[in-house]
Design a protein around this ligand. Structure first.
Ligand code: CMC
Length: 434
């Protein structure tokens, strides 16, 4: 729904002039100043590094209430979806705006099944990577390489073509991710199996052995399904904004997703789940927690408490709540209820939440704090954590990619800057001044 303009705000400029800015009203009582006319009318730009106060687009997909610690996909609380829906039902919700009809077929199930294999030639690409290459590097390269198979047939102005590209990416991401893992391990690739659900198929392609067929266990699959649902979208985060920015030039969608993977890999974003486990391993025992908390508070030390803090949440991240629960259930199921790393994480959370620094700055556990522990309990190696995040987030990236083509305000992304370098100098300028 397009935001309604109700009021205007007045901007008093240094030269005494006043510029009127329309106020746009969004859902949940959120308002934005429409500054689109600002530069043209006044010559002023708005300075906002890291976009802390800038709404880069309108979107109807995901809403976060950072103060309350709520997250909704298309109006549904994420916990409800994680508890009651499958990953592909959530993908349908994110893409189409509604859950598939209760009791009916999810059209995405069939569509994904017919596109889950990758071209045989793509297998050859893998051989170009170092044997021990990080699976994120392989995923980034191979998803981008898919563009070479489909680019010529893709007309971005045709909705059917866009839908097919999105289905292809959604369907092939787990296949590529599993291949990246197996290449890194020196294991033979496994073809997707159409009898399995999206998430089961993913673990099957990772763990099936020629010598020992893999049999998925329902508790493990449901745990991974929840992890993936919780990671499916998170409005205009760094990787989603990267995908939107890349796509705004009408770039090839496989390349846009590769750009999203690149952005997600950073330790301040999706790479944090890997960093949390490395941090817990470094802390080793509860007695060492105070040393690490002091390091995190020390401005001269670049160390941060990984899995803590968030740009938007100034309360407990709702995804961390669900994942803490999943951790309890899964570890109990696996007979690992006394897992020392989980106990250490619980203690670290308790100490940090009672520390004045963390209280004052409103730093709470984020999604990454417990997700790594769940993934580790599922037997997923550390270097695959962010890959799993990427597979899940692809659904959100594609939802945003699809949405931007229907946006009447759609424009190529081209931020302004505040130039602070030297002013015109050099021979031509000196001559013209004379
Ligand atoms: N440990 C210690 N201090 C922290 C932490 C932390 N984890 N997070 C923020 N702070 C401090 C920060 O130093 C700053 O202090 P000051 O006001 O004195 O300068 C204040 O809290 C505000 O933080 P910020 O860095 O300005 O906040 P931001 O919105 O720019 O950064 C963040 C958010 C997530 C990058 C940051 O909290 C962080 O680096 N956390 C650790 C990494 C992490 O867990 N990342 C996963 C994010 S959630 C999943 C995802 O988005 O992919």
């Amino acid at each position: 729904m397009a935001p309604k303009t109700q009021k205007t705000a007045q901007l008093h400029l240094p030269d005494g002039s006043v510029h009127e800015l329309p106020v746009l009203n969004g859902a949940f009582q959120k308002h934005a100043l429409d500054i689109r006319s600002l530069y043209k009318a006044t010559g002023f730009t708005a300075y906002d590094p890291g976009y802390t106060s800038t709404a880069s687009c309108k979107s109807a997909i995901t809403y976060i209430d950072g103060a309350k610690g709520d997250l909704y996909y298309r109006g549904y609380p994420v916990k409800k979806l994680a508890d009651h829906n499958t990953f592909l039902e959530v993908a349908h919700l994110l893409w189409e705006g509604e859950l598939p009809e209760a009791g009916g077929k999810n059209p995405l199930e069939e569509a994904v099944r017919s596109h889950s294999m990758v071209h045989e030639q793509l297998r050859e690409f893998f051989k170009g990577f170092r044997r021990d290459a990080h699976p994120m590097a392989i995923l980034m390269g191979t998803v981008g390489a898919l563009s070479s198979f489909y680019h010529e047939d893709l007309n971005l102005h045709n909705e059917d073509d866009r839908d097919l590209a999105a289905i292809r990416i959604l369907a092939k991401m787990p296949t590529l991710a599993a291949m990246a893992y197996r290449y890194n391990k020196g294991l033979p690739f496994v073809y997707p199996c159409n009898e399995l659900s999206y998430v089961e198929n993913f673990v099957y392609m990772m763990f099936d052995m020629p010598t020992q067929p893999y049999k998925a266990d329902d508790v493990r699959v449901k745990a991974l399904e929840k992890v993936m649902i919780l990671h499916a979208d998170h409005e205009q985060n760094a990787s989603t904004s990267t995908v939107r920015m890349a796509a705004s030039s009408h770039a090839d969608p496989f390349g846009c997703i590769a750009a999203g993977v690149a952005s997600l890999w950073g330790p301040a974003h999706g790479g944090a789940n890997e960093a949390v486990l490395r941090m817990l391993a470094a802390i080793q025992t509860p007695e060492n927690i105070p040393i690490f908390l002091e390091k995190a508070k020390d401005k001269a030390d670049p160390f941060k408490l990984m899995g803590f803090g968030h740009r938007v949440y100034k309360n407990y991240d709702p995804r961390a709540h669900v994942l803490k629960e999943v951790c309890h259930t899964l570890l109990k199921h696996l007979g690992l209820a006394q897992d020392p790393l989980f106990k250490l994480a619980l203690e670290l959370e308790k100490v940090a939440l009672n520390d004045p620094y963390f209280i004052e700055k409103k730093l709470y556990p984020n999604v990454d704090f417990y997700s790594g522990l769940v993934l580790q309990a599922l037997g997923i190696p550390l270097n695959m954590f962010t890959v799993l995040f990427a597979v899940a987030r692809t659904t959100g990236w594609l939802a945003h990619w699809k949405e931007l083509f229907d946006d009447e305000d759609f424009k190529i992304g081209r931020p302004q800057q505040l130039y602070v370098g030297p002013e015109a100098r050099g021979r031509d300028c000196e001559e013209s001044e004379e």
